[in-house]
Ligand binder design. Sequence first.
Ligand SMILES: *Cc1c(COP(=O)(O)O)cnc(C)c1O
Length: 555
Amino acid sequence: MEVAKESFTVMTDSVNKLFANKEPWQIVSVTAASVYASMWLWDILSDSEGICKKSRKTFFKWARKVPAVRRIVEIKMKKINDDYITEVEERLKTVNCIGVLPKEGLSGEDLIEEVNKQLSLGNYNWKDGKVSGAVYCLDDELRRITTEVYGLASYTNPLHSDVFPGVNKMEAEVVRMAANLFNGGPDACGTMTTGGTESIIMACKAYRDLAMERGISKPEMVVPITAHSAFDKAAQYLKIGVRTIPVDPVTLKADIKAMRQAISSRTCMLVGSAPNFPYGTMDDIEAIAAMGEKNGIPVHVDGCLGGFLLVFMREAGFELPPFDFSLKGVTSISADTHKYGYAPKGSSVVLYRDTKYRHYQYTVTTEWPGGVYGSPTVNGSRAGGVIAACWATMRYFGKDRYVEFTKKIIDTSKYIEDKLRTIPGIYVFGKPATSVIAIGSKDFDIFRLSDSLNKYGWNLNVLQFPSGIHICVTLLHTKPGIAEQFIEDVTREVTLLMKDPEKPVEGKMAIYGVAQGTPDRALVGDIVKYFIDSNYYIPLNTGEKKPPLKNNNEE
Ligand SMILES: *Cc1c(COP(=O)(O)O)cnc(C)c1O
């Protein structure tokens, strides 16, 4: 009884805190992915002891069974769901929504007009280079060419290699060119995938199956806290255990000693980021590779974000530590052609040091009446057009242009980093390795700065545990005046905020502080699920406006 009362208080308290004075849950304007990633991060950071984390989870799960607590949660959740939906309705009020396939088709002309209307929704001028990451290159001529190339190959499917051998050849060439850039030897190999997440899932699948073949029944990956949430996603899909290790609080690089201690007989892979998404810092890949080699454990280097910058950096005149297959212990690398490879969205590569690893990535079924079926990645049918467009992008620019772009991006990033370091009241996290610069503040709530910059059209990424924001510099930010404008805006806004540093964050950014402070992580998870739901909501004129929330105990 005593415990029940206590849990009730803690729970209602946390719920009330969560919703106090919050305006409609405007979390919508930020990607669900980042919220997800950060929740996972907090759980682990706030409790390095897994047991503590587990008991807290159990506690909240149990607390939610208390009827009074459950009712409060349900009422609040309904409100959140409604707010999300209202927000979508507001966002889509200028366009028609369609729920049933219209009887008659549209002409090409009308369709293009319709598509342009949909694409003009949204408030950010992303073409002006004010959005962090997201769009890595915007070149009219490249876009014309990749569009034409996609069109030529849009109905091809490399699953049928006998029918479309040329598409397979283009994929093989993209993989080979990438393997070469990452210093792969003659045995280096890989596949294309649909994006960084799939590349990571594929490497995790390969190492899980390899470990199982070696007799490890419950494989575990050892992953720095800053590694991309795709590893956690892979672990969820593939039922791999996750041992998360902390990063050094100053350098924001994986704690090598902690990694060594986390290795067990179950370890199926070690992970290092080159660089990581939150802070743009690069783990000590040399040390991780040596540790993997010494213990006979595969090492995956996640170069999804910065890989296609790193491989050109030396030639662009920058020094950097080894991070690729030149290190013997590195057994696989993921790198996104749709980020700094500048290809249209939908492509990435996963590379292996040796063909023996790649076989564990493949899936083969031999007993299906439809035939013996083998496929390299998650997909069965694959988009030949995306492969062709990626191949075309690499051939269109050629190495020299990639080196030139890399120089521009790193120069711009270093300019931004250097200037940010001179602004009193904020600090830069660690030493950015490529194009991501993250900042925090010891004097004021950094989310206030994000909020202020929003007013000037800047859209930055939000970090938590501790609070921070980052800018990911792309080719769009290298245009004259953009970086200078950013520094000018940050300098002016920080100066203003420093006049009243204690003021709490307001508006939509408040949600992040709240999300960090909520001890019941499952609650935060549920909210994110409603947010994702809202992305699939369209207001239809069918009488019933809002989809009913699936709850038993509604008011
Ligand atoms: C973007 C990113 C990924 C995932 O790639 P997607 O293409 O978004 O699936 C993985 N790791 C890092 C470091 C990234 O920045």
